[in-house]
Design a protein around this ligand. Structure first.
Ligand code: ATP
Ligand code: MG
Length: 243
């Protein structure tokens, strides 16, 4: 994917969550956003997903401008698969229905077609025996896998994941990370936010570090991890890699 962010700003009640964020990557498969808490990662991801309006600035994905106007945004959102921690599954629906409902209601699939897609995904992610369970009856990892299954059910070209493994134990984390690696190898483009540095290193081709609403540094994964030039990046790594 080609991605261009041009001076994106977003304030919440006088606090600048994003401060003229610019980024231009000609070809990136997996862009990983890292950085300290409160740095603006989720805000940026939500704006790219078309779920939030920037105050100013512009975005283009594959040379197509993301137009921040409700009708166009609806279309934009439909082409993107998202997994956001706070916007997870519908609690009153089964795992299966969580996947079929958007396919039917938003994407116009027939019930039979939606169920066929959902069943295949549930099998693929070893969730078939949990199809009828509500989210509260699933483990954290299973829930996250349903959310990911739902995100890819629409066959999006671009997937946006915000900390898909937070709140999972190491084994579940490994499972979800394997799943993401598999999807990446299938050729899907990703922008993901993670605090898992090991994972970031394994899947990213480009890494951007956001802090205090600004992109501090962006570059190929190896360069950022091994020879970051900015003091803030090195400080961040010193902190997160300490334990
Ligand atoms: N809806 C909102 N209303 C008010 N302030 C917000 C809102 N969303 C984000 N903020 C503020 O914007 C800043 C950036 O938040 P954001 O969630 O993007 O950070 P983050 O990098 O994702 O952090 P974390 O790693 O903790 O998830 C924070 O100071 C946060 O408090
Ligand atoms: Mg966040």
């Amino acid at each position: 994917m080609k991605i261009r962010l041009h001076r994106l700003s977003k304030a919440f009640g006088g606090h600048l969550a994003l401060d003229r964020v610019s980024l231009a990557l000609e070809e990136v498969r997996t862009l990983v956003l890292i950085g300290p808490s409160g740095g603006g990662k989720s805000t940026l991801l939500r704006i790219i997903a078309g779920l939030e309006y920037p105050d100013s600035g512009a975005i283009a994905i594959n040379d197509q401008d993301v137009v921040f106007e409700e009708n166009t945004l609806l279309k934009h959102r439909r082409t993107i698969g998202t997994v956001f921690q706070a916007f997870n599954l519908f609690p009153h629906l089964s795992a299966l229905q969580n996947i079929t409902l958007p396919l039917e209601k938003v994407h116009g699939y027939s019930q039979a077609a939606a169920e066929e897609i959902a069943r295949q995904l549930l099998v693929r992610f070893q969730l078939d025996s949990h199809a009828m369970k509500k989210p509260a009856e699933l483990s954290g990892g299973q829930r996250q896998r349903v959310a990911i299954a739902r995100a890819i059910s629409i066959k999006p070209r671009l997937l946006l994941f915000d900390e898909p493994t937070s709140a999972l134990d190491p084994e579940m984390t490994a499972e979800v990370l394997d799943m993401i690696t598999e999807l990446r190898d299938e050729g899907r483009d990703f922008i993901l936010v993670t605090h898992e540095m090991g994972f970031a290193r394994r899947v990213a081709d480009q890494v951007a570090l956001l802090a205090e609403g600004r992109i501090i540094e962006v570059g190929p994964v190896q360069q950022i991890f091994e020879s970051a030039t900015k003091l803030k990046t090195r400080e961040f790594f010193a902190k997160v890699l300490k334990y």
